[in-house]
Design a protein around this ligand. Structure first.
Ligand SMILES: Cc1cc2nc3c(=O)[nH]c(=O)nc-3n(C[C@H](O)[C@H](O)[C@H](O)COP(=O)(O)OP(=O)(O)OC[C@H]3O[C@@H](n4cnc5c(N)ncnc54)[C@H](O)[C@@H]3O)c2cc1C
Length: 441
């Protein structure tokens, strides 16, 4: 005989039945998943150390269905977590234990590529790379290129304000998106930005870009396209000291050069990826810089020459310029395939502490905790360090203006006062209480 289920499991099952009953009339049967074996693939994003099975997963196919799902969830006060491709690395799409995961995977149509206005209008579930592929016949492409671009969706890019190697020159998602259409938590259609360069009324586009699914569910995005450069070449420069490589980055920028891409790999990372990609990385180097130029052949020749001078002056021990497109892509392939992974809980814990230390050092030096990858659940504690209680209250107030009941992606991005108080009490970095000047509670 089966043992009786505990009360919590019975409550969960009852809530699940209630939600399924409310959603069944508004989406087709195949778009509604609640059996454990169907929902388990949604239990995490790229931050696989955090897992939670959702109560229900729904895969709407039309905007009408998105609106109806949101309305039904709102009526039942059910948390909703939007999900693109699930490649996020900060737990942004981690399900809520008593919530609905709203997968936008079926919103995968390119609605329009307009070569004259150099824009593309696409559904939110279109993959980042698919936009550039659709624009390629017009000699255009979509510039922001997260390393996950083969899989991640534009809806996820908008939510995370994602970047990539080209963002130094061409900007982040925010700088390449004109208009976002979506739905509020109550299922009302809403638009941010416009097809023109300005917007009537308050420009809330920068508010929704980077809001990690907390303010609205995106269904459609209009992006800017840029002309494909005639040529791109990449310098691979070796350094015998990681600090010299860092200083070389500053020297390139100080020389007034904005490379099309500029990234660093340290020795352990280079060793880890070389076996896999065979890019010909210098395995003796303490650090490698990849430094790219794009434009007309004349512009590239001139800029590569200047960059070689600056890098040599900064102490590069070896430099190689890509001879053709295949070699350029090879240089980048290692950087694009570098992806940390561990299954050891102790190692994971130490990595998290070390990661927090890096973020806090970034804040101390004038940087931010959210370099591309969003806050999600991963960087909640670090938000306590970057922002004062007053600033976090303002963020909660903004969230409440869109979502008063806090149903969209709850528990992420903005840490509560209580969480920060706890973190402030517990957190000691390098034996010292961090930021002794900051107010503590
Ligand atoms: C190998 C690898 C390399 C990566 N490289 C980069 C990189 O170079 N630069 C970079 O910035 N990121 C990078 N990422 C992280 C990740 O790919 C990006 O954050 C990406 O934008 C996530 O898109 P997604 O569709 O997978 O979103 P998901 O992971 O599904 O969701 C991310 C967040 O967006 C929200 N969301 C998703 N879709 C919607 C929607 N339609 N409406 C509202 N909210 C939504 C979710 O709720 C969640 O908070 C990398 C990830 C991997 C695995």
């Amino acid at each position: 005989m089966n043992a009786p289920l505990p009360a919590a499991a019975l409550d969960r099952a009852a809530r699940q039945r209630e939600i399924v009953a409310a959603l069944a009339p508004v989406v087709p049967a195949h778009a509604l998943l609640w059996q454990a074996e169907d929902t388990v693939p949604y239990e995490c994003d790229g931050l696989t150390a955090y897992r939670q099975q959702p109560l229900v997963v729904v895969l709407p196919e039309t905007e009408g269905q998105v609106a109806a799902v949101l309305k039904a969830c709102h009526a039942l006060m059910v948390p909703v977590v939007a999900r693109g491709a699930g490649t996020g690395l900060s737990g942004g799409a981690l399900p809520h234990a008593l919530g609905v995961t709203l997968s936008l995977a079926k919103f995968n149509k390119i609605l329009k590529v307009d070569a004259t206005s150099r824009t593309a209008t696409v559904q939110c579930g279109v993959r980042n790379l698919a936009i550039s592929e659709a624009a390629a016949p017009h000699g255009l492409y979509y510039a922001p290129d997260p390393s996950s671009q083969i899989a991640c969706t534009i809806g996820g890019n908008v939510a995370e304000n994602s970047g990539g190697v080209h963002c130094l020159k061409y900007g982040l998602t925010l700088h390449n998106v004109l208009r976002v259409r979506g739905f509020t938590v109550e299922g009302e259609a809403v638009e941010f930005g416009s097809l023109a360069l300005d917007t009537p009324g308050l420009d809330l586009l920068p508010v929704v870009v980077g809001s990690e699914g907390m303010l609205a569910v995106t269904t459609e995005v209009t992006v800017k396209l840029v002309p494909k450069p005639q040529l791109a070449r990449c310098i691979m420069a070796s350094f015998d000291d990681i600090r010299k490589a860092g200083d070389a980055v500053a020297a390139v920028i100080a020389a007034g050069i904005i490379p099309a891409g500029l990234e660093m790999m340290d020795k352990p990372m280079t060793a880890a990826v070389e076996d896999f990609v065979h890019a010909g990385y210098d395995l003796d180097a303490e650090a490698i810089l990849l430094c790219e130029s794009d434009g007309t052949p004349e512009e590239v020749a001139e800029e590569i020459g200047r960059m070689l001078d600056v890098l040599a002056g900064a102490g590069a021990t070896r430099m190689e310029v890509s001879k053709d497109e295949a070699q350029r892509l090879k240089f980048w392939s290692g950087r694009k395939n570098a992806f940390p992974a561990t299954n050891d809980p102790d190692q994971l814990h130490r990595c998290e502490l070390f990661g927090a230390d890096i973020l806090e050092t970034s804040v101390r030096l004038g940087g931010t905790v959210t370099g591309e990858h969003g806050v999600g659940v991963e960087k909640l504690n670090s938000m306590c360090v970057q922002f004062t209680p007053g600033e976090r209250e303002q963020m909660f107030a903004l969230k409440a203006a869109f979502d008063p009941a806090g149903l969209l992606n709850p528990g992420k991005v903005i840490p509560t006062l209580q969480r920060c108080a706890e973190y402030g009490r517990m957190h000691v970095s390098k034996g010292l209480l961090p930021f002794p000047g900051l107010e503590r509670f």
